[in-house]
Design a protein around this ligand. Structure first.
Ligand code: THU
Length: 160
């Protein structure tokens, strides 16, 4: 027997097609790239999350001279939310980036470790996190849940 996995996402050609709430979150993610510490890769990633209490929290990648010690924007943000707002669920997260090496007109999507961390937070709060992906300009991708980014992900339910 063969089984198939597929999911749908929204692909918007223009930023003005976003809802005002999503546009504001994306703007916060773009602004958050300015707080990145990326002297090694010169690739600045910004993330912004909308919490269930209405707060917008930002994060950015923080690199280390010992490269693997650095942390991506998404996990910097998630860990900060877990510490500062342990009782708020995350409604949505926008991710953007800035670099001189590319035009930044295509979305990027989170690395494998960040996908796991996003899944962990969805499970922790039992709430889907809407994902908004975009460059400085160009198309925007919208996913209903971070779970779609990690098919067959390990959710820890077997550990209970
Ligand atoms: N990075 C992120 O912060 N998020 C991603 O989704 C992809 C990669 C960071 C890690 C590193 O500091 C730099 O971008 C280049 O990989």
């Amino acid at each position: 027997m063969k089984k198939k996995f597929e999911f749908e996402f929204e692909y918007l050609e223009e930023v003005h097609l976003l809802s005002s709430a999503d546009a504001a979150l994306l703007e916060a993610a773009k602004k958050a790239t300015q707080t990145a510490f990326a002297p090694y890769s010169k690739f600045k990633v910004g993330a912004a999350a909308l919490l269930s209490n209405g707060n917008i929290v930002i994060g950015s990648n923080q690199e280390s001279a010992s490269y693997p010690v650095g942390i991506c924007a998404e996990r910097a943000l998630l860990n900060s939310i877990g510490s500062q707002y342990p009782n708020e669920s995350i409604l949505s997260m926008a991710i953007s980036y800035s670099t001189d090496k590319a035009a930044c007109n295509e979305p990027i999507s989170p690395c494998g470790m960040c996908r796991q961390s996003l899944l962990d937070f969805e499970n922790r709060y039992q709430a889907p996190i809407k994902i908004i992906l975009a460059g400085k300009s160009g198309p925007i991708m919208l996913l209903d849940t971070a779970k779609d980014l990690l098919p067959f992900g390990f959710d820890g339910s077997i550990l209970k």
